[in-house]
Unconditional design. Structure first.
Length: 400
């Protein structure tokens, strides 16, 4: 009675983590760095806008977004990525109730059965990855090609190095920048290469840029800048972003999807059947947040301070590298002689520190040759003193 494709999905990372730690008491007061849920305050203007537009809770929201939301997001994209004024058509920018929803539902739009007759479509994604990419592909009958990134390649998947026949068969390619969990950033030249490949081989390039506003030094380039430099067309390209990390608004479930107008129209057709839509008060609050950069700069500074705390304690330890983007640490447990799972269990049992095994963020978490088998992901989402305590425990946990 249950769809076998659903059964074939690996358990979601936090379900696996709960199973791993079940029945194990923490060795100290718990400190959780396992979930990338921002803990900084949500800007007050969001609450003010929600209250001001409270009369609109009674209305069904338009799936395509209202005019104020479209104008705010279009202006932000244009401003953030230095685009010509008319490059982004507001009609090709629509809201998503969190980008998880949009990423998953895109699988129903993009898995078109490319390839030889009877051959399943191919969806390419990084490894490790954000698991909704996997669900979007597998639940729609696609074959998955998860491409691991090497340390030598800055942990980014070498999509351009795939055989032409593979790219010709691909229906969609998911790319995340800054990457979750490694924090690696796709360069502008690499984005241009990927856009060119998408158009040459006919696949859709899905750019997940949800961590774009959390960065250490320079703003990460985006796929829209590549489209600008290649003439301004958005053909074969979709980009997603959200307020979850940028504005500490994860509970708003407020994201955006923009790009190729033909693909956006197709997505809206699906959403007419399947999506509840973003409530109008949330659209209004979201528009206000997209219009404001002051809170984003303050938020970014807090994350930068916490990366400084990590660098002061972990440089030269567990393969620490200062992430150029995002708020995760991607640590190597090989020096401890443990797998990521073993280290996770010990850190919880002996030190009350909850982290996430890197293998849980991969397409095949139980594979013996898993590229993230000896990795941990730590989310630096709490305030500075809490992060400092957690990092001190991590240093103290070094086996002697």
């Amino acid at each position: 009675m249950i769809n076998p494709r659903l059964i074939a999905l690996p358990d979601y990372p936090f379900q696996r983590l709960a199973t791993l730690l079940a029945g194990v008491a923490p060795g100290a007061d718990p400190l959780a760095l396992s979930v990338g849920e921002p803990q900084h305050p949500t800007p007050a203007l969001a609450g003010l806008e929600l209250a001001r537009h409270g009369d609109q809770w009674r209305r069904y929201p338009p799936a395509a977004g209202n005019e104020r939301w479209k104008a705010a997001v279009t202006a932000w994209l244009t401003r953030r990525y230095g685009l010509p004024a008319a490059m982004i058509d507001p009609h090709a920018v629509i809201p998503a109730s969190g980008t998880r929803e949009a990423l998953y539902m895109l699988g129903q739009v993009l898995t078109d059965g490319r390839g030889e007759a009877g051959e399943r479509p191919l969806v390419v994604m990084p490894d490790p990855l954000y698991l909704p990419y996997l669900g979007a592909a597998r639940m729609n009958g696609a074959t998955i090609l998860a491409v691991p990134g090497s340390e030598e390649g800055d942990f980014l998947p070498d999509i351009a190095g795939l055989p032409a026949a593979t790219l010709e068969r691909a229906a969609a390619v998911f790319v995340c920048s800054p990457a979750n969990p490694q924090g690696s950033i796709v360069s502008l030249e690499s984005w241009k290469t990927l856009v060119g490949l998408a158009r040459r081989h006919g696949f859709v390039l899905v750019a997940d840029e949800c961590y774009s506003e959390i960065y250490d030094d320079q703003p990460p380039p985006g796929v829209l800048e590549a489209c600008r430099d290649l003439g301004g067309s958005l053909k074969n390209v979709l980009v997603l972003n959200s307020l979850s990390k940028r504005s500490n608004g994860a509970g708003l479930r407020s994201g955006l999807i923009a790009g190729d107008p033909a693909l956006i129209d197709a997505f809206l057709r699906l959403r007419a059947y399947a999506s509840a839509g973003m409530p109008l008060p949330i659209m209004e609050a979201s528009a206000a947040l997209w219009d404001d950069e002051t809170h984003v700069e303050a938020n970014r500074a807090l994350y930068r301070e916490k990366i400084d705390l990590a660098a002061a304690r972990l440089t030269g330890m567990l393969g620490f590298r200062r992430p150029p983007g995002g708020f995760f640490l991607w640590l190597d447990t090989t020096p401890w002689g443990e797998t990521g799972e073993q280290a996770t269990l010990r850190l919880w049992r002996d030190h009350g520190l909850k982290v996430l095994p890197g293998a849980y963020m991969t397409a095949n978490p139980d594979a013996g040759d898993n590229p993230a088998r000896n990795r941990l992901r730590l989310a630096l989402v709490h305030d500075g003193p809490v992060v400092a305590r957690a990092l001190d425990r991590l240093v103290a946990a070094r086996p002697h």
